[in-house]
Design a protein around this ligand. Structure first.
Ligand SMILES: C[S@@+](CC[C@H](N)C(=O)[O-])C[C@H]1O[C@@H](n2cnc3c(N)ncnc32)[C@H](O)[C@@H]1O
Length: 289
C-alpha cells in the first residue's frame, strides 16, 4: 500500500487565474495535478520490475531515478519491497523540496532510510544500481548528441553488471504536428475534476526540437496555462539504440505498447524488433549493461 501521497498539503504559491475576469484566486498544487494526470508510478514500477526479471531472471533491488521531479517513482520503489533502495536526482530546488515535504515526510523510517533524494545534475556517476529510470522523456531535454552520449556513458558506469537503464519514448505520424491532446481527469484522490492538456506548440524538423506546454483547466473556467513547459529534442529509437551501443551497453531492447480495440495504448508492453508506424505510439527502450 503506497501511503506517501498527501495532496492536502498545498505547498506552492502558484495561483489559479480565471480567464475573464481575473478576480478569483486560489492556491493550486501543480505537482498534485501533474501526478494525477501524467504519472502512474505504481504501474511504472510493476513494468520496470517485470522487464528487469525477464532480462536477468532475478528481482531488481537498487534503483536510480534521473530527472526525477518530485521522485514519486522512487517513493513507490522503496515502498514496493523492504529490500529496495533508491537514489533520486533532480536539479530543481523547489521540485525536490516538494517531494521531501509531501511524499518523503509521510513515509516510515525504514522507507525514508532507503531513499536518497539529491538536488543536482543527474549527468553524473553514482554508486552502482540495478536500474536507472529516466521517465517522461526527460533525456529529450538533452539536445546535443555529445551530451546524451556522455549521459549514457555515466549511466553505464553507474550500473551493476546485471543492470539496465530504461527510458520512455513516443512517436507516430501525428507526433510531429502542432496539436493539443486533452483528457478529463475525474477521479483523482483529493482533487476535483479537471482537464489536462498536453500541447505541442511547435516542431522543427531540422533540429527536431519540439516545444510543449502542459495546461490544467477547471470546470469553473479557471485555468493554469503552461504549468510546465519543455523543449524536447525528439530522439528516435534508432538514434537511442546507436547511442546506447556507443556508450558501452551490450544490448538494447524496445518494448512496444499494445493498443485496445479503439487504437489507444492499453498499458501493456512487449519486446519487439519490427512494428508498423501508427498515428501515435508509446514505447520503452532498455539498455542492458
Ligand atoms: C519532464 S520532467 C520529468 C519529471 C519526472 N521524471 C516524471 O516522470 O514526470 C523533467 C525534470 O528534469 C529536471 N531536470 C532538468 N535537467 C536536469 C538535469 N541536468 N539534472 C537533473 N534534473 C534535471 C527538471 O527539474 C524536471 O523536474
Amino acid at each position: 500500500m503506497v501511503n506517501y501521497l498527501n495532496y492536502a498539503n498545498v505547498s506552492n504559491n502558484l495561483t489559479l487565474t480565471k480567464k475573464l475576469p481575473m478576480k478569483k484566486t486560489q492556491p493550486v498544487d501543480i505537482h498534485a495535478l501533474y501526478l494525477a494526470s501524467v504519472q502512474d508510478p505504481m504501474s511504472d514500477i510493476e513494468r520496470i520490475s517485470n522487464i528487469y526479471s525477464e532480462i536477468f531472471q532475478k528481482q531488481a533491488k537498487s534503483f536510480r531515478e534521473d530527472f526525477s521531479g518530485t521522485f514519486a517513482l522512487s517513493c513507490c520503489w522503496v515502498q514496493s519491497d523492504i529490500e529496495r533502495s533508491a537514489i533520486a536526482i533532480d536539479i530543481d530546488h523547489e521540485t525536490v523540496e516538494y517531494g521531501k515535504k509531501n511524499y518523503l515526510a509521510n513515509m516510515n523510517e525504514s522507507e525514508q532510510g532507503r531513499l536518497q533524494a539529491i538536488e543536482g545534475n543527474c549527468i553524473v556517476e553514482t554508486e552502482a544500481v540495478d536500474v536507472i529510470a529516466t521517465f517522461n522523456f526527460s533525456y529529450c531535454l538533452l539536445h546535443k548528441r555529445s551530451e546524451l552520449l556522455d549521459y549514457f556513458k555515466k549511466c553505464h558506469t553507474s550500473l551493476n553488471d546485471n543492470g539496465m537503464m530504461i527510458m520512455d519514448n513516443f512517436g507516430g505520424s501525428d507526433s510531429e504536428i502542432p496539436e493539443v491532446q486533452e483528457r478529463d481527469i475525474e477521479h483523482a484522490d483529493h482533487l476535483g475534476p479537471f482537464i489536462f492538456e498536453f500541447e505541442r506548440k511547435s516542431f522543427n524538423p531540422i533540429d527536431r526540437l519540439a516545444h510543449y506546454g502542459i495546461h490544467f483547466k477547471f470546470p469553473d473556467g479557471r485555468e493554469v496555462m503552461n504549468a510546465y513547459t519543455y523543449h524536447f529534442r525528439m530522439w528516435s529509437l534508432t538514434e537511442l539504440k546507436d547511442l546506447l551501443e556507443e556508450a558501452g551497453f551490450s544490448k538494447s531492447h524496445v518494448y512496444w505498447e499494445k493498443c485496445d480495440k479503439d487504437g489507444f495504448g492499453n498499458g501493456e508492453f512487449y519486446q519487439t524488433l519490427e512494428e508498423e508506424n501508427s498515428v501515435n505510439w508509446n514505447a520503452y527502450i532498455v539498455g542492458v549493461k
